[in-house]
Design a protein around this ligand. Structure first.
Ligand code: NAP
Length: 338
């Protein structure tokens, strides 16, 4: 039976600073029909990612901005309820760029099959999905950590950071996380096995890094930018590798982003600083998915998702990323989940 309507969340206006409820427009539409080569997906879970803030900003980026009036772009997952694509059947589960809406039509080539019997759907949006691939390729391919080296990661209790730290431990590194608040600091050390944590909301980050990285930082995986990046640059070891994965502290800035004052540390320490986007690794996704899948299945990597109910909560739930109210991968459950 054709479902009655599709609630969509669209960009209403480009925000200045932190998005608000007025940034978004919820509207009801007919459930679309899939054309040739397309599938119709009943969305059950939507991934909320800091990158979404960048996607609604005008200007050149690694992907064109969402236009005002368009359904908000989002990675999401759900069950196929109609298919005109050979190889994907009704009842299969898929993930892809399905948007912030209850039903999505997508080209069959643009979605990936996921198996809820292997891992719950939210985990496919976290450790087994885009954040997992970001942590895996960013750390291993760009950071190239060696056994015995010191790896520091910011945003340490978040989707990407928690995985980066755990992968670095599996590589035999000493791992120091930077996170906001005592509970997140406890979590990364006691539950995820990091060697130490610096609580940037209560501690002096530079002093904490000096204490916990007495031989300097060999690999710094940066998720937050700003003053924390500067503190890490000041503590680099010789031949350090700095990975610029993200800069969430700057995403809602209404003024120009301040550059890192301590960049000459790169020169002094013969170090590198490299920006990367996970989509660069499209051709190697099978390798990353296999490795992360094995580590998760063997219990060597712990996964955690922070699941919030209801499409209508999207505006406030997205902002949890910027207030630090999420721990682990932030996911919105819709259509009753499944
Ligand atoms: N390059 C890529 O291909 C790629 C792909 C995926 C993600 N990313 C980037 O990776 C980073 C982490 O993404 P995620 O999905 O794993 O998000 P997340 O870490 O799960 O959530 C964001 C976290 O950022 C922290 N945060 C927010 N505002 C901050 C501030 N002003 N200063 C310091 N920390 C702040 C908060 O933790 P606290 O409570 O600790 O403050 C919050 O929980 C983001 O920058 C994202 O854009 C990049």
């Amino acid at each position: 039976m054709t479902p009655p309507s599709n609630t969509t969340c669209r960009l209403a206006v480009r925000p200045e600073g932190l998005p608000t409820r007025e940034t978004w427009n919820f509207s009801e539409h007919e459930v679309p029909e899939p054309g040739d080569g397309e599938v119709l997906v009943k969305v059950s879970h939507i991934s909320l990612d800091p990158a979404m803030r960048g996607w609604i900003r005008e200007g050149r980026s690694y992907i064109p901005p969402v236009q005002v009036g368009e359904v908000m772009r989002a990675i999401a997952a759900g069950e196929v309820v109609a298919s005109n694509f050979p190889g994907i059947d009704v009842g299969d589960h898929v993930s892809g760029l399905l948007g912030v809406q209850e039903y999505a039509v997508a080209n069959g080539h643009a979605v990936q099959k996921i198996d809820p019997s292997v891992a719950p759907i939210p985990t496919w949006l976290g450790a087994l999905g885009m954040p997992g691939m970001t942590a895996y390729f960013g750390l291993l391919d760009i950071g190239k950590p060696k056994e015995g080296e010191t790896v520091v990661v910011s945003g340490a209790a978040g989707a990407v950071g928690a995985l980066v730290g755990q992968i670095a431990k599996l590589e035999g590194c000493r791992v120091v996380g930077i996170a906001g608040g005592p509970e997140k600091s406890r979590y990364v050390v006691e539950e995820l096995g990091f060697d130490a944590a610096v609580d940037y909301k209560n501690d002096d980050v530079a002093a904490g890094l000096r204490e916990h990285c007495p031989d300097g930082i060999d690999v710094y995986f940066d998720n937050v930018g700003g003053e924390i990046l500067d503190a890490a640059l000041a503590g680099l070891a010789r031949h350090a590798r700095v990975i610029i994965c993200g800069a969430i502290s700057q995403y809602n800035a209404t003024e120009a982003v301040a550059g890192p004052a301590n960049y000459l540390s790169l020169l002094v320490n013969h170090a590198t600083m490299t920006g990367f986007v996970v989509s660069d690794y499209g051709a190697r996704l099978a390798e990353g998915a296999r490795a992360m899948g094995e580590w998760v299945a063997e219990g060597k990597i712990k996964t955690r998702e922070d699941i919030v109910q209801g499409l209508d909560t999207f505006p406030e739930t997205l902002n949890k990323l910027f207030s630090g109210e999420n721990t682990g991968k932030l996911v919105l459950q819709v259509n009753g989940g499944g």
